[in-house]
Write a protein that binds this ligand. Structure first.
Ligand SMILES: *Cc1c(COP(=O)(O)O)cnc(C)c1O
Length: 381
């Protein structure tokens, strides 16, 4: 039986050629392709700076470090995301505070965040990490206003959303991760995401200061610029405790070709989304699309009553639907550190009903029709 996954990479001969030619060049890592990928990615999303990293989890870690998050600080995020979004807060010993999601967009609900902030003394929180969940852009202009009023930074977890955008009150298109409203944007190049590098990630920002810190921390905290001493051409200084979170040159070469295909890929994802919506409208609940937003559609999520039965039914037909996500506060690690009685009603209700259907550019019409037929057969009994 042919299997239809929920997401998959799109690798063609151009991708393969790009990697092979870099493998034959002088630099397997830290060559010209890293810089080229960074500048093309920054241009694509409309940010001033981009920093390539070995995966988005490392990128999240560097982001909280660059924003000076430290032990005992508190950060607000969504429970409906991949664990890494919250884990980066724990890496530095800070506290994760979950606010609830909006039951229709599945995004972090700004009124829930506001309530949480207002229930605590001034200065209690340091930052917010909203997620462009499933590819639906967060209205970052609204979050910026809330953040500014409370002296908070924003990291935009845009791992699901390269190519997605929202229109702000100035009628400007804001691509996810463009840095106009969030301090740092984070992207992943894991193969189930839009752009596949095997592993990989990108950070975007409009702040020169943050950019310099991210670059320094990505490479061990080592620099050859503005040195206190200089013993000669070989000399360098380590001025911070940094990491090796670099992306290789051959992965960057792959990323460049993948990035060039992204706009078409997102268009195709939106075609697939339209076909699902046409088939399910009025019968099955799916993620809302607020006006003025363009969903990059990493995922297509529906909600059903008998979710586990639908999951098993689809898998028995070779359709590898998936669940995104087990709410982060219910994972044993988080339960054990005190989140067991978190009261996140919409997140938990969503989790009991959600299932992600196949969504990727090379999903054929026939395959999608088969998926739609099977879902309808199940729902209609
Ligand atoms: C995939 C993902 C990550 C982590 O990405 P990696 O590149 O695998 O480290 C973080 N946040 C979200 C929302 C993701 O989907």
């Amino acid at each position: 039986m042919r299997k239809i996954p929920y997401g998959r990479q799109n690798i063609d001969q151009n991708d393969i050629d790009a990697v092979l030619s870099t493998l034959k060049s002088d630099n397997l890592t830290q060559g010209p392709k890293v810089r080229e990928f960074e500048s093309k990615f920054a241009e694509y999303v409309g940010a001033n700076y981009a920093v390539a990293v070995n995966n988005a989890t490392s990128g999240l870690h560097l982001s909280v470090l660059a924003l000076n998050l430290s032990k005992g600080d508190r950060v607000i995020t969504t429970p409906i995301t991949f664990a890494a979004t919250a884990n980066c807060i724990r890496y530095v010993g800070a506290e994760v505070w979950f606010a609830d999601i909006d039951p229709n967009t599945y995004l972090l609900d700004i009124s829930s965040v506001k309530e949480l902030i207002e229930s605590k003394p001034e200065g209690f929180f340091k930052g917010i990490i909203p997620v462009d969940f499933a590819g639906l852009p967060v209205n970052m202009e609204d979050f910026r206003a809330l953040a500014d009023a409370n002296d908070l930074w924003i990291i935009e977890d845009a791992c699901h959303a390269p190519g997605g955008y929202f229109i702000d009150t100035k009628e400007d298109k804001n691509f996810c991760g463009n840095g106009n409203y969030a301090d740092v944007g984070v992207f992943s190049f894991h193969p189930v995401k839009h752009i596949a590098c095997g592993e990989g990630g990108m950070l975007t920002t409009n702040s020169k200061e943050l950019y310099d810190k991210l670059m320094l921390l990505r490479t061990h905290g080592i620099t050859k610029e503005n040195m206190e001493e200089n013993h000669g051409g070989w000399y360098y200084e380590m001025i911070e405790l940094g990491f090796n979170y670099r992306l290789t040159d051959f992965q960057s070469a792959l990323g460049i070709v993948q990035l060039a295909k992204n706009e078409k890929g997102v268009e195709r994802r939106n075609e697939i989304s339209l076909a699902y919506k046409k088939a399910f409208k009025g019968k099955i609940k799916f993620q809302d699309l607020p006006v003025g937003r363009y969903n990059a559609h990493h995922l297509f999520v529906i909600e059903v009553e008998n979710r586990k039965e639908l999951y098993d039914f689809l898998h028995s037909k070779g359709i590898l639907a998936q669940i995104h996500y087990v709410p982060v506060h219910t994972l044993p690690y988080y339960k054990n550190i005190g989140y067991a009685d978190a009261n996140l009603v919409y997140a938990e209700k969503y989790y009991s009903r959600c299932i992600s259907l196949p969504m990727y550019p090379t999903l054929s019409k026939e395959e999608q029709n088969f998926v739609i037929e099977q879902v309808k057969e199940f729902v209609n009994g």
